[in-house]
Design a protein around this ligand. Structure first.
Ligand code: TXA
Ligand code: MG
Length: 330
């Protein structure tokens, strides 16, 4: 199969609509990462997402809709606080998990009785979702466990020959996946942290929990139990406090002939004079925007990425740390 990369325009969107209506897959840009979309009402189309990605069968997919879409066609029992959060943060990088009405294929949420709803703000995503006017089930458009794609070229590198069309909306500005928020309880509860932070949610909803799986407890967002976001090269992760040790490691590895690099915030690169460096920026938003691009650059150019965790904690850095730990830790 030939994989076309096209800018979203009337012609490519008409083609995207034909593919989706025919049960096929289309990769599309969002403000977080690229998605790999299928008609959420078409069970075979949804199943093919799992095949193409090599995704475990118990990791549910988020359903994407355009701004004007009436979500009561697919979910029910929406609490007041969820309406407020949707009003404030959608369109945007917030996925709201609600009770399923049962109209969407159960394959989408792997048998759970809930659905994650996302309204991406990226103009290309909105145009695509409007053109098809269907709820679109979509995970990130990477091979399962690999680094999420933030450019059309990243999608192509992973899925060339496996899907017919990638809509190219440029580089994603957000850079890490949406915050996944369980809205089926008394108060909202973060299942996956992201650009919409706990502080931002609590301000609107009055309160916000964070789900921390305890040993032996059933995970509520099955995606959390898998290795994720990993580059195809060796990695090491040091805390900010251990940054001098990270630099020592870089020097030792380089002298031993290993093509190594340091991935860190700008100030750390300035503090130590390191030649091979992947700069993540100066604050949470910049870290998020750069992380996946730098991990992919790292695996292309080096054998070993030595990452230094950010100095700052909380806010957007909570989501960044979650991804960095899964990509480079362990
Ligand atoms: O920003 C994003 O969210 C991107 C773009 C493409 O929208 N999508 C994305 O999808 O990151 P994916 O499949 O890579 O991650 C979806 C996450 C998984 O951790 C999954 O377990 C969780 O959302 N999830 C989906 N539906 C759920 C549900 N009904 N209940 C609990 N967790 C759910
Ligand atoms: Mg993913």
């Amino acid at each position: 199969m030939d994989t076309k990369i096209l800018k979203p325009d009337d012609e490519s969107l008409a083609e995207a609509k034909r593919i989706i209506e025919g049960g096929g897959l289309v990769a599309f840009p969002t403000e977080t990462v690229y998605g790999l979309g299928a008609n959420a009402f078409n069970e075979d189309a949804v199943k093919s997402i799992y095949l193409v990605k090599g995704r475990p069968q118990d990791n549910p997919l988020i359903v994407h809709v355009h701004k004007g879409y009436d979500i009561t066609r697919i979910v029910c029992d929406i609490p007041d606080y969820a309406l407020k959060l949707a009003e404030k943060f959608q369109p945007g990088p917030l996925t709201i998990v609600l009770k399923s009405k049962g109209t969407v294929s159960p394959v989408v949420s792997c048998g759970l009785d809930t659905i994650g709803i996302r309204v991406p703000s990226h103009e290309g995503a909105q145009r695509f979702l409007k053109a098809v006017d269907l709820p679109i089930a979509a995970p990130s458009a990477n091979v399962s466990k690999h680094v999420s794609p933030v450019t059309a070229q990243h999608v192509y590198a992973d899925l060339n020959g496996k899907i017919p069309l990638i809509l190219d909306g440029g580089k994603c500005s957000g850079g890490i996946e949406s915050t996944v928020l369980d809205c089926t309880g008394e108060i909202p509860c973060i299942l996956r942290s992201g650009l919409i932070t706990r502080e931002m949610i609590a301000e609107v909803a009055g309160d916000c929990g964070v789900f921390v799986p305890k040993a032996g407890e059933k995970v509520r967002s099955p995606g959390m139990k898998y290795k994720h976001y990993s580059p195809n090269c060796r990695t090491m992760l040091f805390t900010y406090e251990e940054r001098a040790k990270a630099v020592e490691e870089y020097i030792a590895q380089s002298s031993a002939g290993v093509k190594a690099c340091l991935m860190c915030e700008n100030s750390v690169a300035k503090e130590f004079d390191v030649k091979d460096v992947l700069l993540l920026g100066e604050n949470g938003e910049q870290f998020a925007a750069n992380l996946y691009d730098k991990l992919r650059e790292g695996e292309r150019c080096y054998e070993l990425i030595i990452a230094v965790a950010p100095n700052e904690r909380g806010g957007v850095m909570a989501g960044v740390m979650n991804r960095l730990t899964k990509a480079c830790g362990g």
